[in-house]
Ligand binder design. Sequence first.
Ligand code: FES
Ligand SMILES: [Fe+2]
Length: 460
Amino acid sequence: MSKLSPEHLRSLIQPDRVHRDVYTDPALFELEMQQLFGKAWLVLGHDSQVKQPGDYFLTEMARQPVIVARDQAGTVRVFHNRCTHRGAMVCHEPRGNVRQFTCAYHGWTFETSGELKWVPLRSGYEPQADQRLASLALPQVARVALYRGFIFASLAAQGPSLQDSLGHMLSSFDDMVDRAPDGEVEVAGGVFKHAYHGNWKLVLENHLDGVHPNYVHASSVQAAREGPDPGMNAGGAAGSEPYHDIAIRQMRQNGAPDPVWESIGVWTTTHGHGYLGDYHDDSRLVSGLDNPVHAEYHRLLTQRLGQEKARKVLAVTRWNSVIYPNCSFMGQFRQLRIVHPLAVDRSVVYTYSFRLKGAPEQMFRDTVAFSNVVNGTASWVLTDDLEVYERAQRGLAGGGTEWIYVGRGLGRDVPDSEQRLRGATGTSEVFIRNQFAAWLEYMTGESAGESTGNKAGDNA
Ligand code: FES
Ligand SMILES: [Fe+2]
């Protein structure tokens, strides 16, 4: 049986365990780049990153460099970052605004719509080359779609539509955008990037994992418990109070007792997606019911939506939503993270912060503070997770046993709608089983049609 045959791939994903090769085998990683990252809808960013005609940013899909640009007519396009002359990347600056893309190698120049506009020394080509040259536009990525301003693309011409692929997860994007008093969000500031020596899956697994905070983050939980209470940062620098409060509250909340984690809820949906319920004390951290800034925010939201709709929007308390295979985001603090696999044991994560348009400016400051507390490379939270990803990768690459065990909650998970399967408790590993069910469908080429999720992972 070939190492990459469907039979062999199926043997790696069992109901309660997964073979370690899926984290460590370079051949499987290459197949993932073709079958999974090369086919799935990937989150690339948000249209506020390309507000004006000529705005663009660079990113990657399945390790391939791409350009996301708004052309002069206002259409968002995604190009392979590859000159049609002799293959150099046509754009190198990570973001900016251009009238055209000009290749640094021999000066070929492309419109923002991709069309080849100019080549040097044109007289050097025979007249019959005209037709060939006219066909050498910048190649576009097969499929591009937007939802509520978020930009997605797929390298595969065929496959489920974006709407079908996201299914129930559309509601997580709705949650993010509906919170804005002006009905829109925008990426504000730049991008935080961090790399780790570990497989890309580790970050998506971690973001729905309600067991790890009490252990991986134990030292920062302890430090936060010993620090001054929120609102008591006497002696802190002027303006540091909100930062201090968010840091203390977030880190103390990571030490919530087991019953909190068991009760928060974890849901999985089709195509490997899923989300975790919120584990915070809403009156203090997320909705900030006692906070005057939030009171003003509620007023502004109610003004636009009316009492009933505003109440419904604020009643949604999701923590991280994972869009398999490359994104995790959360509306409560307006963060979005995109994971880029570089190698089987090397990954980079891009983190973006969003502003709720029309909300008090202090809420954006809270977003930035939260990002620094949780997603910053010098934060007390991310550093714990990065360390454990690297320990996991080293452990998986070592000897001893071939399998990881993902059986927590197996057999007790409950379907609660056509598309969702909920963990019996918030600490069920149903989300990992669901991610690997999708992994198998992509890897064996069975993902082209509609899947119902969880096939391989659950017997509910
Ligand atoms: S490779 Fe781009 S102009 Fe020659
Ligand atoms: Fe963590």
